[in-house]
Write a new protein. Structure first.
Length: 238
């Protein structure tokens, strides 16, 4: 897959700058869902504004109905749904404000090559693509373009709040959401039902103790001339 071009990066950084200046978290929170359809691939991104709790500021766009279901499951759990670490477990693209130390060398190189300047804690743009079970990674070109579209979409909606054109998703009872689709060469904004989705099946976070005991008794402990050897197992991201 292709990396974003310099112009695509500039568009994304510019959109995120305008997004932060619009302070959408003052009128929306992480219970509001805004939907945008990818104009080419037809999948939908479910946008959630981060920042209402004052912890992490930015935008998360959950990919497809499964991505939305995983987010709903997260909000029902004990962890903070606006935690950056929690978002990294979901299928999403995101734009978040971070500290310089949170960025990696490619992030800093892109900012430097574009001639952009940032200073201070919590003021550095951080863009990531996350897939469950994988290390959060850098955006590819199509992902950068789609995230730019999503940021601009949220800005458009926030600008309509004072005029009453958009009073907030909560008024719909969480059954429907503002939705932007691309039809016949133009964007259309409309209200559509939010799909009813089931959370993904999760893997228990505890080990199969019976199986482990069986392995210990049969395979994992061996006696050699130097004494007993024990296998050690671990898990890690792909």
């Amino acid at each position: 897959m292709a990396e974003p071009t310099a112009q695509q990066w500039l568009d994304l950084y510019g959109a995120f700058r305008d997004y932060c200046q619009a302070t959408p978290w003052e009128g929306l929170d992480d219970t509001n869902v805004l939907v945008i359809e990818h104009p080419a691939d037809q999948y939908r991104g479910y946008c959630v504004v981060m920042g209402g709790s004052g912890l992490e500021y930015g935008l998360a766009v959950f990919i497809g109905e499964e991505g939305l279901a995983a987010y709903w499951a997260l909000t029902a759990g004990p962890v903070d749904s606006e935690s950056l670490a929690s978002l990294y477990e979901l299928n999403a693209v995101s734009a978040m404000l971070a500290d310089r130390e949170d960025l990696e060398n490619p992030d800093r190189a892109t900012i430097r090559e574009l001639g952009l300047k940032y200073r201070g804690r919590g003021s550095w743009p951080l863009f990531r693509r996350t897939i469950p079970g994988y290390v959060p990674w850098f955006l590819e070109a199509d992902e950068a373009v789609f995230l730019t579209m999503a940021l601009r979409y949220v800005i458009d909606l926030v600008e309509k709040i004072p005029s009453g054109e958009f009073a907030g998703c909560a008024a719909s009872g969480f059954d429907s959401a503002p939705t932007r689709v691309f039809r016949n060469g133009e964007w259309l904004d409309q209200w559509e039902p939010i799909p009813t989705v089931q959370p993904p099946v999760s893997i228990p976070d505890y080990p199969d103790l019976g199986r482990l005991q069986q392995l210990i008794q049969t395979n994992s402990i061996q006696t050699t001339s130097k004494g007993r050897l024990v296998w050690e197992l671990g898990i890690f991201y792909n």
